[in-house]
Design a protein around this ligand. Structure first.
Ligand code: BGC
Length: 813
């Protein structure tokens, strides 16, 4: 494609139209210039190609595709090559389905266990997330499919995600929330990146000059196409000015008219428009060239096996008292729990795949050589079992040598657009476990879910196999681990705290509030627990094996560590070795340890391997907000090699020559950050961290009763107009009655938290922004003039659309 030539020939109107989508999934085509339209589809753990009615929340059906384990589970493999292999399979399937851009991976940090979308993300740790994402992207792009890393940035909650403002200090932003993007972009050059819905420090992510131009393009050298999340664009004119190339899905002609107008009256530079068009053309051209060179076939059986081996390498054995696992063939087993016949193997929302096939635990168990003496649901949804049902279940459990009990989070707890209300399993599941363990102590729990769960019940069972959301072949993978055909080797990439109150953002995570203050700063996950010596149920990096590993002979210098690892048990198996760095005499505040390297090593029983891990340019750096640069402190560092963050096996101190810098922080002004006790940071201290001495004025408009485009539907509760308040009441009642039943109705959630601008951005051009303003007049208590205006705007929009359509048709000739 002669991109420069095309740009010189396209009219301004065509360019402006090109910069937003044609419909829910496709870009605009211009055959007269040889520009085809490309298809974008989710992502991340399977292809969601909708041929029928389209939606961005996974509510309508999509074509059948392989459902791989979710990123939250794959991360537990700590295996970059595995991530690459899955990426490659996804890329091939995308090609097969006619998809050119795969909307994934998601590398947002698991800031808090309640985020409904945690299952789509890799970890609470940015280094690990970045490395796993790089593997995935390299795999996808090998096949000629473009990857789209998302959601940039600081988007760690679902409720109010389209209207919330993440307030986060620059160091935390860089070290925790951006590092995963940085690693993945530098190591795998994704062809595109998706901006998130939220604002970051007062500016929409899709219009954020500092994020999109200063950091992404200038510092990291990203040359790809920036795509807005579906409906995340507020003003695409601002987006184009600040580095966002493509607005999705299809806002009609309103955005393009704004862009042409802004250029014509000198408010937007033509150069910015051309740059964005160039980026989008580059993406289209790349997919066109690479795609023609690749075969378009898919072997579904092979992909099912890849999904299975991915799950086998990622499932985590959390507990194995008296070595109850692996099970011996022939023993009498009772299988309990609804999830044994209706497994939870993925989350809901835009990532939801229509699986090509699904392995059912109970069916697979019957092929393992175990003597399955019966099955009982024991629980269903949130209902408590009746006395009769419970009795039947307990009688069955009492007759078995051991009980396999399938538990986990419910579907409504893990979805896009929704956050969890607590970290618990449903009460009926815990009740069942307690009753069963009283009649048979040999209980093995198979636990599903894509984020940390409270486990006060863990003493009621002898083993816990954390199967996560393990994809369509997850049941077979779990059975192979139960039977010892596969030695478990997954390790947690998210800490499992004892209770929600222990989590660092416990006081700050309030998704219903539009201001999302990241007051815990850099102390996310294990960085907080370790620094404060808080006991967790299962720590970051933890996972058991059927064999044992011995760590020996550490050497460390400023460039690398070396040590030996021996499989000293009876079974072949893989170990995840983890490298953490600490600095105890630091002049800045730091967490106790930080992950800076890892490897997954497979060893035969009795085998020893010499291991070398090199430090990279991120190992010793910290972001200095005073100088606006990454710096390295000189002096002593402790290098620790561990089997988990709580199980350090070897350590050594080394000396590092750093950079010269002036003191960054004043210890007296930031006492909580220096002590690491950040659960109750006051407003003044947080302001000091974020802004220093000059705190900007904040938006005091959040509780307004005059609603505007960027306020959300649920704010109608305060509207001037009685009718609007009644509409809100009805919606609110619908939402609450669904919540109560544990039913997931994404439509209601979506409408409830939708900003009014979304009515224009997500209705395929049928409603424009002027009409939204008219609707707002009605809501704000001027119903008659609002209705009159609305009718006029509707007529005007129809007329304008006709003109634009014919204009485009003429130009396409
Ligand atoms: C999600 C994105 C997704 C897009 C398209 C949005 O709601 O946040 O992750 O790629 O929809 O389905």
């Amino acid at each position: 494609m002669d991109i420069d030539g095309i740009i010189s020939k396209m009219t301004l109107t065509e360019k402006a139209i090109f910069l937003s989508g044609k419909n829910a999934w496709e870009t605009q085509e211009f055959p007269q210039y040889g520009i085809p339209s490309v298809w974008l589809a989710d992502g991340p753990h399977g292809i969601r190609r909708q041929s029928g009615p389209a939606d961005h929340l996974g509510m309508n059906e999509s074509n059948k595709a392989t459902c791989f384990p979710t990123s939250s589970l794959i991360a537990n493999s700590w295996d970059i090559l595995l991530s690459e292999k899955i990426g490659e399979a996804l890329g091939r399937e995308a090609r097969f389905h006619g998809v050119q851009v795969l909307l994934g991976p998601g590398v947002n940090i698991k800031r808090n266990p309640l985020c409904g979308r945690n299952f789509e993300y890799f970890s609470e740790d940015p280094y690990l997330s970045g490395k796993m994402a790089a593997g995935y992207i390299n795999g996808v792009q090998k096949t000629g499919t473009a990857a789209c890393i998302k959601h940039f940035a600081a988007n760690s909650q679902e409720i109010c995600r389209m209207t919330s403002d993440s307030t986060v200090d620059e160091r935390t932003l860089r070290e925790i929330y951006l590092t995963a993007f940085e690693i993945a972009i530098k190591e795998s050059s994704p062809k595109s990146l998706m901006t998130s819905y939220n604002k970051v420090n007062g500016v929409y992510a899709n219009e954020h000059h500092h994020l999109l131009i200063d950091i992404l393009r200038k510092e990291w050298g990203f040359h790809g196409c920036v795509i807005s999340d579906w409906g995340a664009s507020d003003s695409h004119t601002e987006g184009v000015r600040n580095g966002s190339s493509l607005e999705m899905p299809a806002p009609g002609y309103y955005s393009s008219s704004e862009i042409t107008e802004a250029v014509s009256n000198g408010c937007l530079k033509m150069d910015s428009v051309n740059e964005r068009v160039h980026e989008l053309l580059d993406l289209i051209d790349w997919t066109k060239i690479t795609a023609t060179a690749m075969p378009k076939t898919v072997n579904h059986d092979e992909h099912h096996s890849i999904a299975q081996s991915a799950a086998e390498n990622s499932i985590v054995l959390l507990k194995n008292e008296e070595n109850i696992l692996p099970l011996k063939a022939g023993i009498k087993v009772a299988v309990l729990g609804d999830y044994a016949i209706h497994p939870r193997f993925q989350g809901s929302g835009s990532s939801m795949v229509n699986p090509a096939q699904v392995d059912i635990p109970l069916t697979v168990l019957k092929t393992t050589g175990l003597q399955i003496i019966g099955f009982s649901k024991g629980y269903e949804g949130r209902k408590m079992p009746s006395r009769r049902e419970l009795q039947q279940t307990l009688t069955l459990a009492g007759q078995a040598d051991c009980v396999l009990l399938y538990l986990g989070l419910e579907e409504a707890a893990e979805s896009e657009a929704v956050d969890r209300k607590d970290m618990r399993l449903n009460a009926n599941q815990i009740f069942l476990l307690e009753k069963v363990s009283a009649v048979n102590p040999n209980v093995i729990v198979l636990l599903s879910g894509g984020s940390a769960i409270e486990m006060p019940w863990r003493n009621c069972c002898k083993a816990i196999l954390y199967i996560g959301l393990s994809g369509q072949a997850g049941a077979s993978a779990a059975c192979n681990i139960l039977m010892g055909k596969v030695n478990p080797s997954g390790k947690l990439t998210e800490s499992f705290p004892e209770k929600y109150e222990d989590t660092p953002a416990f006081h700050y995570y309030m998704p219903e509030c539009r201001k999302a203050e990241y007051r815990e700063g850099i102390y996310v996950g294990y960085r907080y627990y370790k620094t404060n010596g808080i006991r967790v149920a299962y720590p970051f990096g933890y996972g058991l094996s059927y064999t044992e590993f011995e760590y020996m002979d550490l050497t460390a210098d400023e460039s690398k560590v070396t040590f030996s690892l021996r499989n000293s048990g009876d079974m072949d198996g893989a170990e995840v070795v983890q490298l953490y760095i600490s600095k105890y005499d630091s002049v800045i505040f730091r967490p106790e340890i930080e992950l800076k390297g890892f490897k997954k090593i497979f060893l035969k029983s009795g085998e020893t391997q010499y291991i070398e891990i090199n430090f990279d340019d991120m190992a010793f750096r910290f972001y200095n907000t005073k100088t606006g640069r990454w710096e390295t402190e000189s002096g002593q560092y402790r290098i620790s090699i561990g089997a988990s963050s709580e199980d350090i096996r070897l350590y050594s101190d080394i000396s590092i020559q750093g950079t010269e810098f002036l003191p960054t922080y004043n210890r007296l002004e930031l006492p909580d950050y220096f002590s690491g006790q950040i659960q109750t940071v006051g407003q003044d201290e947080f302001n000091m961290l974020c802004y220093g001495k000059h705190v900007p004025k904040t938006d005091s408009n959040a509780e307004t009763n005059i609603l505007s485009r960027n306020d959300a539907v649920y704010q109608m509760k305060n509207a001037n107009n009685l009718g609007s308040r009644i509409v809100f009441r009805i919606l609110d009642w619908m939402k609450h009655s669904n919540d109560k039943k544990g039913k997931l109705n994404l439509n209601i959630y979506f409408v409830y938290y939708l900003p009014f601008r979304g009515i224009a951005k997500l209705t395929n051009g049928n409603v424009n922004m002027e009409m939204v303003d008219d609707i707002l007049q009605i809501i704000n208590g001027k119903p008659w003039s609002g209705i009159k205006q609305l009718i006029q705007s509707f007529r005007k929009a129809k007329q304008e659309k006709k003109i634009r359509d014919s204009h485009l048709r003429t130009e396409k000739k």
